[in-house]
Design a protein around this ligand. Structure first.
Ligand code: FEO
Ligand code: CA
Ligand code: CA
Length: 552
């Protein structure tokens, strides 16, 4: 980033105040023209002369196509658990781990339960099914696939700097596509009070009481979807994986929810009040009166951004769901009693929540470029939303959107939306996806260029998917630093910091996804030559991260 841009960026971040006391820089920054842009040549660069040059502990790496995790100097990784590893006498770790959350046990920051979503499967590795006609898939093959998705709860412990999986028959468990999970709602959902299993768990969130929210994203790949466009009758759209053939009782409406999981017991429930869509994440903010605000995005081209505001303390069931009109800067209520157009088109609130996308469109929700992860800046309170791309609309590189709630009040029904950071050559990244703030308030994010596009055409310069860091204060505030590169075809997901901030837990999802057969593997990470690729959870640590956490 050019220095002039950086100063504008600092102002844009709303963070100029944090530099007070470093060397009187605030005045210099305040005198900058907020509207300065790339075409204005830099004038006297007062930041470089008045700020003591701080040696930032993390240095950028170059984009690469190497089949390994490449990290900045001073960082290293270790694999904590791989797909297929035994986690107890009964269970193995599932496939394609995504969202991670670490919940300490007995307040011990070095020992806790790690939740991992298992989002989807690759048939080649799970059931061995390789034909195009999925009606030929056997029930036995579907059962293998059902075991590979859902989530894992694993007990982990930091032993002198090395994170270890503790074999624990009490705490380590699997939730799969066969675990029965009740709906947290008064009315049945498509004739059932509970669903068979959870699947498509992408990103998520953590509640103030330490449960985990797992978000069912591309649920239609497993049991299809119900099409309501015909005025005469509903039509079942077939799924990609073809599971409905062997489990016709599992209706599409049983999936596409946010699922709350209590890690100590494995109890789970589907939170109907948060609506049904391809939920990417559920980011929870606790209000001073203990009510909750939950932000969630629907990751599909031209879908929407939602927020739920609870009407009583600690409730993820009673409250109102809103959808964003980012052009007008308004949150629009999806409450049945409040909206005549919803009353004309749907039977009741339950139907609105089940057919959320249709309801949102009737209310003028703004189509967005695939809303992915959401995080709240702990310093400014701004809500950041990754909009990863929208290829049919010509957006190949994506951006991070900034939502500023009016008066920084998360219950506000008005806001201002603007671009926080755009993908592209200037910043060296494309397709932002998962976001996380570290304990010092720096933003980390991962990219998700699809496996078939990596290294090609618009994506040639970006190499494999990466891990990026944006310092939010200090001399390099606002710069985008690539600090990690993923193995071939893989995507880093689920970034989550340990309580001391000195370990970053990270999922490595779908390495070798472009492999056409077991004889033609595109990746052999993490075990190298002669081995199948395995999605895994890694712990990233090292002196550079320790230094970053120890900075004043
Ligand atoms: Fe599972 Fe939108 O990523
Ligand atoms: Ca994602
Ligand atoms: Ca996140």
């Amino acid at each position: 980033m050019k220095k002039q841009d950086r100063r504008s960026f600092l102002q844009f971040l709303g963070r100029t105040g944090i530099l007070v006391g470093t060397s009187g820089v605030l005045g210099a920054l305040s005198s900058c023209n907020e509207n300065s842009n790339n075409t204005t040549p830099p004038t006297t660069d007062s930041t470089s002369t008045s700020l003591p040059k701080m040696d930032f502990p993390l240095k950028a790496i170059q984009a690469t196509m190497e089949d390994d995790i490449i990290l900045s100097e001073g960082l290293q990784y270790q694999v904590i658990v791989r797909w297929g590893d035994s986690i107890s006498e009964a269970d193995q770790f599932g496939f394609n781990n995504d969202y991670l959350a670490f919940i300490p046990l007995k307040d011990n920051p070095n020992e806790g339960l790690l939740w991992s979503n298992h989002e989807y499967i690759q048939e080649l590795f799970i059931s061995g099914f390789t034909e195009d006609d999925r009606s030929k898939k056997t029930k036995e093959q579907v059962e293998k696939e059902m075991y590979a998705v859902g989530g894992s709860i694993i007990h982990i412990k930091n032993n002198n700097g090395t994170w270890e999986l503790v074999q624990d028959n009490e705490l380590n468990r699997r939730i799969t596509a066969k675990t029965m999970i009740p709906f947290d709602w008064d009315e049945p959902i498509a004739g059932a009070t509970e669903a068979m299993g959870t699947l498509a768990g992408c990103a998520g969130g953590v509640t103030p009481w330490g449960t985990v929210l797992s978000c069912e994203e591309n649920y239609d790949m497993f049991y299809g979807e119900t099409d309501h466009t015909s005025p005469v009758e509903t039509v079942h759209e077939n799924s990609y994986y073809g599971w409905e053939k062997h489990y016709p009782q599992n209706k599409p409406e049983h999936y596409g929810w946010v699922v709350e999981v209590k890690l100590e017991t494995g109890e789970a429930k589907k939170l109907v009040a948060l609506g049904r869509c391809a939920h990417e994440c559920a980011t929870v903010f606790e209000l001073p009166d203990k009510r909750l605000v939950v932000y969630t995005g629907d990751d599909k081209n031209d879908e929407h951004l939602y927020k739920f505001i609870s009407s009583e303390p600690g409730s993820l069931r009673n409250g109102t769901l809103y959808v964003a009109n980012t052009e007008k800067g308004e949150w629009v209520s999806l409450k049945y009693e409040e909206q005549e157009i919803l009353q004309k088109n749907f039977k009741n609130q339950t139907e609105v929540l089940i057919r959320l996308r249709e309801a949102a469109k009737l209310l003028g929700a703004t189509p967005l470029n695939r809303p992915e992860d959401i995080e709240i800046d702990p310093e400014t309170g701004n809500v950041l939303v990754a909009l990863t791309n929208n290829k049919p609309k010509g957006d190949y590189l994506g951006q991070i959107l900034k939502i500023e709630e009016t008066n920084n009040d998360k219950t506000s029904l008005t806001f201002k939306a603007s671009t926080f950071l755009a993908g592209g050559p200037e910043h060296g990244f494309a397709c932002p996806d998962n976001l996380a703030f570290d304990q010092k308030g720096n933003l980390w994010f991962t990219s998700d260029i699809s496996g078939s596009s990596i290294g090609k055409n618009q994506y040639e310069a970006y190499g494999n998917n990466g891990l990026f860091l944006v310092p939010m204060s200090g001399d390099q505030a606002g710069e985008v630093i690539q600090v990690g590169s993923a193995p071939k075809d893989a995507e880093f997901t689920g970034p989550y910091f340990s309580p001391d901030g000195k370990t970053l837990f990270l999922s490595v999802q779908h390495p070798g996804e472009q492999s056409k057969s077991l004889d033609a593997l595109t990746s052999t990470w993490p075990d190298g030559e002669g081995n199948n690729p395995k999605p895994s959870v890694v712990a990233i640590s090292g002196e550079a991260l320790t230094k970053l956490m120890d900075l004043g």
